[in-house]
Design a protein around this ligand. Structure first.
Ligand code: SF4
Length: 117
């Protein structure tokens, strides 16, 4: 299966099994956003880390797409991802785990456009 045809959720499994499987740099932000939007039907709204955090993560990813992201954008993505550990059920916990895998594997892709030197 070509890398382009994998969604982020599948990549989570792939990354665990095969550290060499990664999204391309150009694909990363839009594909992660697509993944988050795809989780909306699962989100019940009972807890803030998932209900509010996922929407905020999407808005922060938009800043990358629009070219307005700063180092604060990246720090906020990290904070919201960590907050997802406090989710009340596996929906938010899984989103958080996938986001952590993305940050772990592709931090440089998110860091490159916002670094100051
Ligand atoms: S983590 Fe679970 S309980 Fe919390 S908003 Fe998401 S789906 Fe609802």
């Amino acid at each position: 299966m070509a890398t382009e045809s994998l969604n982020v959720k599948e990549l989570y499994e792939k990354w665990i099994l095969d550290a060499k499987t990664k999204l391309t740099e150009e694909d990363l932000v839009p594909r992660v956003k697509e993944y988050l939007i795809g989780q909306h039907p699962e989100i019940c709204g009972k807890c803030a880390p998932c209900r509010d955090g996922v929407i905020k993560l999407e808005q922060l990813l938009d800043q990358y797409i629009e070219g307005t992201a700063t180092i604060k954008t990246l720090k906020e993505i990290e904070r919201l991802t960590y907050n997802l550990r406090a989710s009340r059920c596996s929906v938010g916990l899984d989103i958080g785990k996938n986001m952590e895998v993305i940050l772990e594997n592709d931090y440089h892709v998110l860091y490159k456009p916002v670094k100051k030197y």
